[in-house]
Design a protein around this ligand. Sequence first.
Ligand SMILES: Nc1ncnc2c1ncn2[C@@H]1O[C@H](COP(=O)(O)OP(=O)(O)O)[C@@H](O)[C@H]1O
Ligand SMILES: [Mg+2]
Length: 277
Amino acid sequence: MSFIEAKEVYYRYPQAEKDALCGVDLTVEKGEYVAVIGHNGSGKSTLARLLNGLLQPTKGEIFVDGISAADKKTLFELRKRVGVVFQNPDNQLVASIVEDDVAFGPENIGVPRKEIGERIDFALSAVGMQEYRKSMASRLSGGQKQRVAIAGVLAIRPEVLILDESTAMLDPRGRREVTDVVKKLNRENGMTVLAVTHYMDEVCEADRVLVLSDGKIVMSGTPAEIFSREEELEKYELDVPVPARIAAMLRAGGMEIGRIYTKEELGDELCRLLPKI
Ligand SMILES: Nc1ncnc2c1ncn2[C@@H]1O[C@H](COP(=O)(O)OP(=O)(O)O)[C@@H](O)[C@H]1O
Ligand SMILES: [Mg+2]
């Protein structure tokens, strides 16, 4: 069994006329970094809520680390394993002082008092916020608040970190701070990451990309594979990263340029092609 396994998952909100998710199959391995993209209303947040047990599927099965996410009886076990960081930095922090905020999660799951201090240390240093331990949360920048929100989740010591557009309300600097922390947690701590985002440069950091449309997974592949299927992406009203778009334009203009999607790759390709022009 994979670390995360969803089989034929359906979800319909009460009173809604159609399913928000219809027949989602998904497997994620431990330590994988998966980006989830899709236009508004495609079901990304619903998927995130189902994985963390905020909602239970109307039909189908979800397992995380062998724990059923479809069963309210195992909700507590599930929540210890799956942490979610949402979009708005201003309504996720529950305490006024940073360390109290980070302590909230572990206190809630009954971590012994003496262990909580260590967890705060670990979590704040993982997001580079240890020097703000005694600070007022309200004084922090958006990026810092989101890093504290991530620390709050890390203090529970989850196996999976889910980010639901956690960088959407941040300025470019805050966005970079948060994506750097997430990347480091994945690469150095082996954290399994599922990141919902609209930013194509963030998608490039992932091992795999899932595209949702109308409650279904319509594309799945590495960033290179997904971004080379431009026409399909367009159909789902999604962008390709700027370097991939430039490459596509050059290709259309007759240049033999490879399937690339990062700035670095574009730079390399252009340097390779320049002498031939
Ligand atoms: N609380 C809700 N009640 C009823 N319908 C909802 C609710 N939240 C989302 N939906 C509907 O479910 C579908 C998927 O929404 P959502 O998962 O929020 O998409 P995304 O995060 O990709 O924008 C949409 O059609 C949306 O209108
Ligand atoms: Mg959403």
